[in-house]
Structures are given as structure tokens and as C-alpha cells.
Design a binder for this molecule. Structure first.
Ligand SMILES: [Zn+2]
Length: 249
């Protein structure tokens, strides 16, 4: 199995219109970050997680663009803005696509992006927390996450979990994350805030969960790639756009 980090950036992207590269080295290509999405590929099955506004450019870097499912983490624009580009791609491929999202997110899509989500190419399926579903041979377990005033969905596939845009987790979610080897943890913030876990707290979470490897994604203008590499323990690595994580299954 492999996971491609299509985008590792914060909601504003990097460089951003107002912050530029912030505290990050502008000469380091790994500090150029599109908004966050990942592509999971295993034995011919491909699952896309989120459609950020740059998804067209992100998918152009991938040779095989045949998707088997699209799983949404939540409805914020930085995770959904490119929905129409994927819809058009599916249409041109002469296919349809199973799309998984929370009920509230599906309602939002149908109301605010009706022309994209009401047509026949996207087949919407409601994600129910803690109830796994299948995409070909892969079993996907949705995990409840608290993200500011909304819920976001974390996804566990075997011993891997993708947990982005999360401020807190409840006891059940912690239980369901137990035993993961590879954790892609997204949206870790520089400081305390109500939307995202802070770096100090994330380190406690990692200590608690003890995954073998952690990849930090959805990282912002305070987080320089090289500085993070130096500062963090070897089993915790910052992501960069185009990074490929190989996983033995
Ligand atoms: Zn968000």
C-alpha cells in the first residue's frame, strides 16, 4: 500500500496571499504547500481523501487517476473547493464515483454546490461514525473528531489512520485508533486554538498512542520543513507535497 501526500498545506496554502512563507524558508521547495489531501493506493484500488481547491494540479502529478472512492473529512473549503474538478474528471472517464461524507456535510453539498453533487457521477453515501464500509478489498473505519464547532471524520484503514483537522477525540475514538502503526496527523497548530491540536498536545497524543511512524500534514507558516526535521524525533516526520509513504500490509 502507498499513500501519496497530494497536499500538506494549511487552509491558506503556502505561500499565502498575505503571509507569504511566514517563518518558513522560501528557498526550500518543501515549504511550498497545496491544501491538504491524500491518495491511498493498494492493489489497483485508489481512494482520494478530500478535494482541495488545487486538486486539479495535484492530480496532474499522478499517472493513474482512476479513483474507486472519495472520502471527505469535513466540509471546510480547503478540503472541498475542488469537488467540481474531480466530478468533471470522473465524467470524462465515463465513470461514476462513490463519495463518502457525514450527513450534515452531504446536506451542505447538496444545498450549496447542488449542481456538482446532484448529478449522476457522484454517488453520495453517508458516513456513520465507527461503522466501517468497504471499498473493494479495503475496509474503512470512520472515526469521530471534534473540530471547532463541527465534527470531522478521521479514517482508519488497517493499521493506518488519517486524522486531519482535529481538536479533540473522545474515548471511543481513542480506542479505535489503538494499534495503528502509521499515523498521518493533520492540522497540528503552532499554538493552542479551538480548531486544531497544538504541537505540544500532539506530542502527548503520539506518546499515548505509540504508533511506529507519524507524518504531520496540513502544516502552516510557522513550520519550516527543515527545522521540523531537526526538532522532531526520527519517527515523526513533516510531510511535503508529493511525498510517498510506503506501507507493508
Ligand atoms: Zn477544517
Amino acid at each position: 500500500m502507498k499513500i501519496t501526500i497530494l497536499g500538506s498545506g494549511p487552509s491558506y496554502g503556502m505561500p499565502s496571499l498575505t503571509r507569504g512563507f511566514g517563518e518558513c524558508d522560501p528557498d526550500e521547495p518543501k515549504n511550498v504547500r497545496f491544501r491538504s489531501a491524500i491518495l491511498l493506493s493498494d492493489k489497483g484500488t485508489q481512494i482520494l481523501f478530500d478535494t482541495p481547491p488545487e486538486i486539479r494540479l495535484q492530480l496532474l502529478t499522478i499517472k493513474n487517476r482512476k479513483l474507486d472512492a472519495l472520502c471527505y473529512t469535513h466540509l471546510h473549503y480547503d478540503h472541498t473547493g475542488g469537488a467540481d474538478d474531480v466530478n468533471k474528471m470522473i465524467q470524462d472517464q465515463g465513470r461514476s464515483l462513490d463519495v463518502y461524507a457525514q450527513k450534515q456535510d452531504m446536506d451542505y453539498f447538496k444545498k450549496h454546490q447542488a449542481y456538482i453533487f446532484k448529478d449522476k457521477y457522484y454517488h453520495l453515501h453517508e458516513v456513520k461514525f465507527y461503522k466501517s464500509f468497504k471499498v473493494n478489498h479495503l475496509s474503512i473505519l470512520p472515526i469521530k473528531q471534534y473540530h471547532d464547532d463541527i465534527l470531522s471524520v478521521g479514517y482508519r484503514i488497517g493499521n493506518i489512520a488519517y486524522s486531519t483537522d482535529v481538536r479533540t477525540l473522545d474515548e471511543k475514538s481513542w480506542q479505535l485508533l489503538e494499534g495503528i502503526d502509521t499515523w498521518i496527523l493533520g492540522g497540528v497548530a503552532y499554538k493552542e486554538n479551538k480548531k486544531h491540536v497544538s504541537m505540544d498536545e500532539a506530542l502527548h497524543w503520539i506518546e499515548k498512542l505509540q504508533p511506529k511512524r507519524v507524518f504531520l500534514t496540513h502544516i502552516g507558516a510557522h513550520m519550516d520543513y527543515k527545522k521540523l526535521c531537526q526538532k522532531l524525533p526520527k519517527n515523526i516526520r513533516p510531510c511535503y507535497d508529493g511525498m510517498v509513504i510506503n506501507i507493508k500490509t
